[in-house]
Design a protein around this ligand. Structure first.
Ligand SMILES: [Zn+2]
Ligand SMILES: [Zn+2]
Length: 272
């Protein structure tokens, strides 16, 4: 029986003879159903005309994204670390060349995902590398393909190893998280943020939204919570959910001034 994948959001569902009637992720207010209606595919259908691009981003950090773009179009990040590599966020496509390339980089010891839009084909990735999947427990109702490899965590933070820590921020989803990688950016620290903290095209500001495609903002208290969750972490750089853009330097100040600007806008204070 196939595991159908939603064409609009890239989420892979539990096995079923027929495609599911609904995609709960796309029917949620944060997403949308594609203009041609609900469409489904499978990994077998995706593989002939898609492949994954695997690109080094800085020492011990590699991006993995599909070409041509599929669904939301995010790219995953592989953090290489002495005690084991971590795949941050995930994509729908996995194939033999990808598995071989990731094995050559040391494989995957754990998968951690920022929020449900990037759960994608996490169970396939987990099975290929025999890796547990760490998800925040507040988002457990959004898991469309259950698996014993999924480990929920419920606190403010979960330390994996080598100081690599998953930090709960909430906002976009109740369980939205970021990953803090202290060894990144030559030891000055890196945050991998998915959609929890969105890097903007000017590379000086970030944003925070309940829904990105539907342009629904977050309340001020949620923005304050996100900023306070990362304020004490040492980090210099942020990688968001796509290949570009990246905040290369002084990223913590970028988050703090962005939160201030956002809250000022919500409160009707003139920004300029
Ligand atoms: Zn969907
Ligand atoms: Zn999202």
């Amino acid at each position: 029986m196939p595991n159908y994948i939603c064409v609009t959001c890239g989420t892979q569902y539990a096995q079923s003879i027929q495609p599911p009637e609904h995609c709960l992720i796309c029917e949620d207010e944060r997403q949308y159903i594609g203009m041609h209606g609900q469409k489904w595919t499978t990994l077998e259908e995706l593989r002939p005309d898609h492949h994954n691009v695997i690109k080094p981003l800085e020492p011990n950090l590699t991006g993995i994204g599909s070409h041509p773009d599929f669904a939301i179009g995010q790219r995953a990040l592989l953090v290489q670390s002495p005690k084991g590599n971590i795949l941050w966020d995930c994509i729908s496509l996995i194939d033999e060349p990808t598995v071989a390339a990731v094995r050559a980089l040391g494989g995957i010891s754990a998968i951690a995902i920022s929020h449900p839009h990037y759960y994608s084909a996490m169970v396939e990735w987990s099975k290929a590398f025999d890796a547990p999947i760490y998800l925040h427990g507040d988002d457990r109702s959004w898991v469309m393909r259950q698996d014993p490899a999924i480990r929920y965590w419920d606190d403010d933070a979960k330390v994996l190893w080598d100081g690599i820590t998953l930090v709960h921020c909430g906002g976009h989803f109740t369980g939205s998280t970021v990953l803090h990688w202290p060894a990144g950016s030559s030891g000055r620290g890196v945050l991998l943020t998915g959609d929890t903290i969105q890097v903007l095209p000017d590379r000086r500001y970030v944003s925070f939204m309940y829904s990105y495609p539907n342009l629904i903002p977050l309340p001020a208290r949620a923005v304050r919570y996100i900023a306070s969750a990362v304020e004490l972490l040492p980090f210099n750089r942020i990688y968001g959910a796509w290949w570009e853009p990246v905040i290369e330097h002084d990223a913590k100040n970028a988050v703090m001034r962005s939160a201030k600007r956002y809250i000022a806008a919500l409160e009707g204070i003139e920004i300029v």
